[in-house]
Design a protein around this ligand. Structure first.
Ligand SMILES: Cc1cc2nc3c(=O)[nH]c(=O)nc-3n(C[C@H](O)[C@H](O)[C@H](O)COP(=O)(O)OP(=O)(O)OC[C@H]3O[C@@H](n4cnc5c(N)ncnc54)[C@H](O)[C@@H]3O)c2cc1C
Length: 339
C-alpha cells in the first residue's frame, strides 16, 4: 500500500524557480515523492549564499554566517556538522560605533554562528546533490496551459508542463512572474526588501585588526570580516565589508567607483590604517535582506497551483529561508494529497 501510494504521488511534476536556500530546501523535502525540476539564472546553486574566487582570493560576499534556533533547522545543522559541511565560526567579534570598538566577545560553540567550511556556497552545493537543476536559466514568464504550467526562459525555451510551480525568489522577482489575479502577487509586490553593497579587498599580507568580525554602526558600513578567520578558508588574506542597507538604498544607482571609494574611506577610518589592497571588487545586492514580517497571508494558491517561499516571507536570514522552503513543501504535499 505504502509503495503504491508513493508511485501515485510521484506523478506530480513540480517546478521550483530559484535554487537558493529556500528553493533547495523545498526541493529536498519534495524530491522523494514528486518529480522536481529547479531553475536558476546563476551558474550554480545558493543564491545569496554566495562566494567569489578571484586571483587566489576567496570571498564570501553574501550571507556571512547563520544561526539555528528552530528545532527543525537545529536538526538540519546537526546533520550538516556531522557531514563536515558546516562549523561554528570561533572568532573575535566586536561591535563598532562611530569608529570606536564598544564591545568585544568571543564567538564559540554556545549560540554558535555557523559557516560552511571553506566557502558558504559549499553548503548549497551539498544540498543540491542529486537534484535536477537547470542553471543559467532565467525564467521570464509563466503560462497556464489548461491545468498545467509552462515556464519560458529568457532564451525563449519552454519548459513543462508542470502540475505545480513554487517561486523561491526575492519578493520583487516573484511578483514579476506571478499572475496579478493571485493573492500571492499582492503579497510579493508589497514586501519590502533592502539593498546592500559588498566590498571585497584582497590584501598583500595578513592583517590583524584585533577582531575577526565586527558589527559596525555608522552611516556607510554595517559589517566587516577578516576572511582568514573563517573555518577552512583557503584563499589569500582578504577583507569583506558590507554597507548598511539604508546607505545602499540611497546610493543604489551610484557608479561603482564612487561606492568603492566611500566604503573604503570609511573602512580605513575604522581600522585606522590605509589598506594595501591588491584586488578590489564590489557586488551590488539589489535584494539583500528584509525586516521581520508579521504577514500571515497564505504562501500557497491552491486554485492556481502556485506557491511562494523565500526569506522575505519571514525574516532576511538563512534560517528563515530554510523554514519557508521546508513549510511550503508540506503545504504542496497537502494539496496533492487532497487532489
Ligand atoms: C550581503 C548579505 C549578507 C547577509 N548576511 C547574512 C547573515 O549573516 N546571516 C543570515 O542568516 N543571513 C544573511 N543574509 C541573508 C541570507 O543570505 C538570505 O536570507 C538567504 O540566503 C535567502 O535565501 P532565499 O532562498 O530566500 O533567496 P536567494 O538566495 O536570493 O535565492 C533566490 C534564487 O533565485 C534565483 N533567481 C532569481 N530570479 C530568477 C529567475 N527569474 N529565474 C531563475 N532564477 C532566478 C537567484 O539566482 C537565486 O539563486 C545576507 C544576505 C546578503 C545579501
Amino acid at each position: 500500500m505504502a509503495a503504491a501510494h508513493l508511485v501515485a504521488m510521484k506523478q506530480h511534476s513540480v517546478a521550483i524557480i530559484g535554487a537558493g536556500v529556500a528553493g533547495l530546501t523545498a526541493a529536498r523535502q519534495l524530491a522523494a515523492t514528486q518529480r522536481i525540476t529547479l531553475f536558476d539564472k546563476s551558474r550554480g546553486p545558493g543564491g545569496r549564499l554566495a562566494n567569489r574566487r578571484r586571483a587566489g582570493y576567496i570571498f564570501d560576499f553574501g550571507a556571512q554566517f547563520f544561526t539555528a534556533r528552530d528545532p527543525r533547522f537545529v536538526a538540519e545543522v546537526a546533520s550538516l556538522r556531522a557531514a563536515g559541511v558546516v562549523e561554528p565560526w570561533r572568532c573575535r567579534f566586536a561591535e563598532i560605533e562611530d569608529g570606536e570598538v564598544v564591545a568585544r566577545r568571543m564567538w564559540g560553540d554556545e549560540h554558535a554562528h555557523f559557516v560552511a567550511l571553506e566557502r558558504m556556497s559549499a553548503l548549497a552545493a551539498h544540498w543540491a546533490e542529486g537534484l535536477d537543476i537547470r542553471y543559467s536559466t532565467l525564467i521570464t514568464s509563466l503560462r497556464q496551459d489548461s491545468t498545467c504550467w509552462l515556464l519560458e526562459s529568457e532564451e525563449g525555451e519552454i519548459f513543462g508542463p508542470f502540475d505545480f510551480v513554487i517561486l523561491a525568489l526575492p519578493a520583487a522577482q516573484a511578483a514579476a512572474l506571478l499572475p496579478d489575479a493571485s493573492p500571492l502577487w499582492a503579497r510579493a509586490s508589497t514586501a519590502a526588501m533592502l539593498g546592500c553593497y559588498a566590498l571585497m579587498l584582497g590584501l598583500n599580507a595578513p592583517i590583524d585588526l584585533s577582531f575577526d568580525a565586527a558589527l559596525v554602526r555608522c552611516g556607510v558600513l554595517s559589517w566587516l570580516s577578516v576572511s582568514q578567520s573563517r573555518p577552512g578558508h583557503q584563499g589569500l588574506p582578504s577583507l569583506v565589508a558590507l554597507s548598511s542597507n539604508v546607505w545602499a538604498e540611497n546610493h543604489m544607482e551610484d557608479p561603482s567607483d564612487q561606492v568603492i571609494q566611500a566604503m573604503r574611506e570609511e573602512l580605513e577610518r575604522f581600522v585606522n590604517q590605509p589598506l594595501q589592497a591588491v584586488h578590489v571588487d564590489l557586488h551590488r545586492w539589489r535584494y539583500a535582506n528584509c525586516p521581520a514580517s508579521q504577514d500571515i497571508t497564505p504562501a500557497l494558491d491552491a486554485s492556481l497551483r502556485l506557491a511562494i517561499c523565500g526569506d522575505w516571507l519571514h525574516h532576511g536570514r538563512v534560517e528563515a529561508a530554510y523554514l519557508t522552503g521546508y513549510d511550503i513543501a508540506f503545504e504542496v504535499m497537502a494539496v496533492f494529497g487532497a487532489g
